[in-house]
Design a protein. Structure first.
Lengths: 308, 337, 291
């Protein structure tokens, strides 16, 4: 197992280098002179030239990239054009909100999606199944930002039950988490359903039935144990979508997370902050994927065995 | 044959699958009997309805799309089709056990094999989990798997070893009827022989009745006392192994024997049965074999043949081949539509 | 049992006619298809359907709730929301189709080359795709759009690139499964060029998964594009983009909720239609997946 973990962590390295390269390249290609952005329109040509020299902006692309990586390893991914504060620090301040939001949404998606999917599969073609599948489809098709607005409209403006912004109380966390979770609930439900339907047709399920096992044990122990394996992968991938969706959700509910930070930065053309946010979330997503892969190996003895 | 003590007596069993574009008559008016301690070989091509019949006996025909539409399955004199699901569950595994065709997919991949055997033991015996696991190890040793492999997962075993595990599960509760659905088809030839030898040996020890589903007449000759030949959902010939091998009567049976290469005879080519298995959603009228039958006469396409007993215990569903025989006593429940 | 089940006669049906026959049996897929066709017609004939121009301001009638004159009401500049939503279908469909076109073309090319040649090239391309996939696609789109700057074309490129890896993977998978089949071997044996084999044999044989993924992909592209416009990265005013309209209406949500409800509905119905159609197509093209 240790060998497997080491291997997976080593796999992470090229991914991180690749992501940093993409992020850096995009930043490099962004129109506008960073020196001008920082110093403002009033700055003299002299000051701009000096700044470019000092920051190494005249160096070749690869040299600049090398410096970026070198600094990034030490936790320095540039400074915000606006606040002149280190991007890393700004993001670290905002990150807990985003993680909390994504985790809550993930929890909601798992707690609702998996049971919904199982029941739909067991009662395939029933009314419950049809209704669930249509709901899931609507959930998939609902733009996150629109759902958020509708929920605010109904629960905050109309009923006045829940606050429409912030993320510091349980009540304030409900609407954003549900908004962000909606699509994931739909995806987890659909995945669980189809995985269950697939597994229930397998020969080994027939073997268990032929033993005289109770249908409930057949479903909940034997079928579910196998059906959840692909669901784990989907849930892991959902975490990436949740981190991405958080960008929109945070800006709707005024949550001071990384997403909100990035959206504000986009409006201000504060590109180091935007790219830093992307880099940060990509790293977080990769780490989550690593965890999911380990969980996967733990659930499925066939994979564990490959790395004994 | 009424006086014989029967463990299994299937009468007029019909099983259908509803699929896109029609109904598959997988089993049609099937009659079959098996005495205590007997071994029955159940022979036919892929798609003849052998597995469906076996699943019917276990009441495990997947519904939907499958459904048992008529008939009775008398097991120790009581109709299985009238049992409640609870009663049926104690019969499955406890009294009737089944070995499935493909050992590669028949075991739960995320559960160690000892637990999969112990599950069977726990379901039908009043024992603790510890005792059940001990019994599992015992069973594994009985089928020739060392006890230290008990905690392994299925993927750690070869195909032949997996089939041994499947056999261990099936025999764990000393069933009185064992249904083996092509237990060796998915295995290499050398492994096939080992598994068959194992089954023969275990049968001597445990003394169950056996329904051996296969398309291999060689296996039947080695293992079985009785043979039923199945074609397109019907039994077309039923006899003792000896009678059937010495005096095959039904044209289809004859065709099966002719298509086996015989190294003693020096033939230029095999006589294969002409044509293909009919489309199961659209079976020919009358005798379903008539389009491929070299002896077919005009009436074959009109009338579905009934079973005729041509000598004691030898039944054939072919009027053309049986009419000249004197012993034409009609047998109950012919395959008429 | 599997013996009989596998012999479903449905599987012997081939060709577009058979696929459509199966598709017709799914009411939701037909509903989706009808809605998608309607959407395309609306976009094409927007000039004849919309009662007002999409940029026609009338400050005297700003913030009018839905009425006979203005079915969906008017916005802060007195522009007719119904007309803007009608015209907006053009933008959304353009972005959806062109972005997916870019993704299918780029991803298809990379996937085909990767699967066909294999080896080091395959490794290189697919590791690159893995890197792109490790960035959540909406974030990748945001990063690209931020670098390229606002605008319809840039939006399409951003959305297209961010979904390219999915198509590369699908096409590569199909190519791998087809590459060693006999008809491809046969084509090689008679001396067909690689390009010809890819175009004549391999691409046509992996059309089914691409069609399904593209249909669903257009939905995702429209959603992503609307999301980008919503946060100010996509299309700039006064172009009537649904996401941007939603974003604009947000300020007035307490008093004029209809300004956000109608553009949102337009997005959702379009996505829903495409998803129903895509799901139905998947079942129709691959009956094995459906029970």
């Amino acid at each position: 197992m240790l060998k497997y973990i080491t291997r997976r962590i080593l796999f992470l390295l090229p991914i991180l280098i690749g992501v940093s390269f993409i992020v850096f390249t995009l930043l490099y290609l962004t129109p506008g002179d960073p020196a001008r952005m920082v110093l403002g329109d009033q700055a003299t040509e002299e000051a701009v030239r000096e700044f470019r020299d000092k920051e190494g902006l005249n160096d070749p692309f690869l040299v600049q990239y090398g410096r970026y990586v070198y600094k990034a390893v030490q936790g320095d991914i540039g400074r915000s054009y606006m606040t002149r504060l280190p991007v890393a620090r700004e993001i670290m301040n905002a990150f807990p909100y985003t993680v909390k939001l994504a985790l809550f949404s993930m929890l909601i998606a798992i707690v609702l999606g998996i049971p919904f999917g199982i029941i739909s599969a067991i009662k395939q073609y029933s009314l419950f199944d049809s209704v669930m599948m249509i709901f899931a489809m609507v959930g998939l098709s609902m733009p996150v930002f629109w759902l958020g607005i509708l929920l605010i409209l109904f629960f905050s403006v109309h009923l006045r039950w829940l606050p429409s912004s912030g993320f510091n109380t349980i009540a304030a966390m409900i609407l954003p988490s549900v908004t962000l979770a909606a699509q994931s609930i739909a995806i987890v439900t659909r995945m669980t359903r189809s995985s269950m339907l697939e597994v229930v047709r397998q020969d080994y399920i027939r073997t268990v039935r032929a033993k005289g096992q109770k249908e409930s044990v057949v479903i909940w122990r034997h079928a579910l144990g196998n059906a959840l394996i692909p669901v784990v992968t989907v849930v892991g991938l959902q975490f990436g979508n949740l981190l991405g969706g958080a960008v929109l959700t945070e800006s709707i509910f005024s949550i001071p997370g990384v997403g909100r930070l990035m959206v504000d930065a986009i409006k201000m053309r504060d590109y180091p902050l935007v790219q830093g946010g992307v880099l940060f979330i990509a790293v977080a997503f990769s780490l989550v994927n690593l965890l999911v892969d380990l969980l996967y190996a733990w659930l499925d003895p066939r994979i564990k065995a490959q790395y004994r | 044959m009424e006086d014989r003590k029967l463990i299994l007596d299937i009468q007029d069993l019909s099983i259908q699958y509803r699929v896109e574009g029609g109904t598959v008559h997988a089993v049609e008016n099937l009659n079959l009997a098996l005495g205590y301690g007997e071994n029955l070989g159940f022979v036919g091509e892929t798609g003849a309805g052998k597995t469906t019949t076996a699943l019917g006996i276990m009441r495990l025909v997947p519904d939907p799309p499958g459904r048992i539409t008529s008939g009775r399955i008398l097991f120790e004199g009581a109709d299985l089709l009238r049992k409640t699901e609870d009663e049926m569950r104690s019969i499955r595994g406890g009294k009737i056990a089944m070995i499935f065709q493909d050992p590669m997919t028949s075991l739960n991949p995320v559960m160690t094999v000892d637990k999969q055997i112990a599950e069977m033991v726990l379901l039908h015996n009043d024992v603790t989990e510890r005792q059940a696991l001990d019994r599992a190890v015992e069973m594994l040793e009985l089928v020739g798997i060392r006890s230290e492999r008990a905690r392994d997962y299925p993927h750690q075993f070869s195909g032949g070893m997996k089939q041994r595990v499947v056999i261990a599960i099936a025999l764990a509760c000393n069933p009185i009827l064992l249904i083996a659905d092509e237990p060796t088809t998915a295995l290499d030839v050398t492994i096939q022989a080992q598994v068959l030898e194992l089954m023969r040996e275990l049968r001597r020890k445990i003394n169950t009745s056996l329904v051996m589903i296969t398309h291999d007449l060689g296996i039947v000759a080695e293992m079985c006392d009785k043979v039923a030949i199945m074609y397109a959902g019907r039994v077309v010939e039923y006899a003792t192994t000896e009678a059937l091998y010495n005096r095959p009567v039904h044209p289809y049976t004859e065709g099966l024997f002719n298509s086996i290469p015989d190294i003693d005879r020096d033939e230029e080519e095999l006589k294969v049965i002409q044509g293909l298995m009919p489309d199961p959603t659209n079976l020919p009228s009358g005798c379903p074999f008539h389009p491929r039958c070299p002896y077919a006469v005009e009436s074959c396409s009109r009338e579905a043949p009934g079973m005729v007993e041509i000598e004691p215990g030898h039944l054939v569903a072919c009027p053309v081949r049986t009419e000249h025989r004197l012993n034409s006593v009609g047998w109950k429940g012919g395959a008429g539509r | 049992m599997s013996e009989q089940i596998n012999k479903q006669p449905g599987q012997s049906m081939h060709g577009i006619g058979a696929v459509f026959a199966r598709l017709r049996r799914s009411p939701l897929a037909m509903l989706g298809l009808a809605a998608v066709i309607a959407l395309v017609l609306i976009a094409v004939f927007a000039d004849y359907i919309a009662p007002y121009g999409y940029a026609a301001q009338d400050l005297m009638s700003a913030f009018e709730p839905p009425s006979a004159n203005h079915w969906f009401g008017t916005d802060e500049f007195g522009r007719d929301l119904f007309s803007r939503i009608i015209y907006g279908s053009r933008i959304s469909l353009q972005v959806g189709f062109i972005a997916v076109g870019i993704a299918v073309f780029a991803g298809g090319f990379l996937g085909a080359v990767s699967g066909y040649y294999g080896g080091r090239l395959d490794n290189l391309i697919m590791r690159g795709m893995d890197i792109l996939l490790s960035i959540p696609s909406i974030l990748l789109a945001i990063a690209i759009a931020a670098s390229l700057g606002p605008g319809l074309f840039n939006l399409m490129i951003a959305v297209g690139i961010s979904s390219t890896p999915n198509y590369a993977r699908i096409v590569r998978g199909s190519v791998l499964s087809i590459r060693n089949q006999e008809f491809v071997e046969a084509a090689k044996a008679v001396g067909s060029s690689d390009l010809r084999i890819i175009l004549k044999h391999i691409i046509p044989n992996c059309m089914a998964p691409i069609i399904v993924q593209s249909t669903l992909g257009v939905a995702i592209a429209i959603l992503t594009a609307a999301g980008l416009s919503f946060i100010g990265l996509g299309i700039q005013p006064p172009v009537p983009e649904w996401g941007a309209m939603l974003s604009g209406g947000r300020e007035y949500i307490r008093d004029y909720a209809y300004m956000t409800i109608f553009p949102g509905l337009a997005i959702m119905i379009s996505i829903l239609a495409l998803n129903f159609l895509g799901d139905g197509l998947r079942d129709a093209l691959d009956p094995k997946l459906k029970q």
